[in-house]
Design a protein around this ligand. Sequence first.
Ligand code: PLP
Length: 372
Amino acid sequence: MSITSFHPPRRTLMGPGPSDVYSRVTEALSRPTIGHLDPMFVGMMDEVKQLLQYAFRTQNALTLPVSAPGSAGMETCFANLVEPGEKVIVCINGVFGIRMKENVERCGGETVIVQGEWGRAVDPAAVEETLKAHPDAVILAFVHAETSTGARSDAEKLCALARQHNCLTIVDAVTSLGGSELEVDAWGIDAIYSGTQKCLSCVPGLSPVSFNQRAVDKIQNRKTKVQSWFLDLNLVMGYWGKGAKRAYHHTAPVNALYALHEALVILQEEGIENSWKRHQLHHNALVAGLEAMGMSMVVPADERLAQLNLVTVPEGVDEAAVRAELLEAYNLEIGAGLGDFAGKVWRIGLMGCAATKTNALFCLGALEAVLG
Ligand code: PLP
């Protein structure tokens, strides 16, 4: 056997994630590995927490990156906040809402579903009706930015409704963090999780999470132990807690955390509001170009995500063949439709450092050439 080193091609990633990674981030990744309890590393962890508080717009002390991808952030929220027998309202308007339901059920919770339309935001009126009909519900869970459909829900409104009905909120911000307006404290979000591989333009594999005091109180007053040892925040807090007192919990992904630190420093340098604006600007240009080519967007304009654009595949076009040719001839990746949208749409991402004028024009030009 003579397997040699792996050298991936250099692609332009304009799918649903991972997105292109800043070269400063890959450079940070290759810095020397040091011990994860080394005082230098512990100091960097404190900075990562502060930078995540900046990105989430929160003062929550319990803000940290879970050492695993976005799905682990999702499980961290549900495993810690849902106790067996509790009722959780889950909004489903795409693939990731379905996963939330799975999570609740695996935690022994009972789900009440607010079924929404694919490609549309979660309907606040339907949520309000469900909250009224189920006064014993303890949590409302929804996806802020549905990557499977390109729809953005009104997290501020949904959280206000949940609070009026004494429910905690669990919000999926895997695709929204850094790309769409998101205000954890001002909107009263109780628990939130994200990913590093979308609008932060960091490598995949970490999941930033944040919990406010109401959520922490619920976790600390559980009647049952959190079923997962690895994700039990009561234990994780001992590692990500106050500097000097840090206790071994698991071996942190040291180099991946250097990468996240660098991606967040870049975000801070740009300014989070400027990052939201940049995503919107290039989204507007991409949509104008796609429409000028005769294609139509799936999501109504006021519910669209800037960073993930669902466009209908023109009649008679073999969508998989187009994606294959874009990859082969242009080293350009765009995404296929998922679930109900499989075979019918393309998902074009403009995430993180990939949200540029150059990329928007490159994608339009390549699509035009391939479609003939
Ligand atoms: N939630 C949403 C909205 C996502 O888009 C994704 C991934 O694409 C996830 C959760 C899961 O994240 P990961 O694939 O990093 O586990």
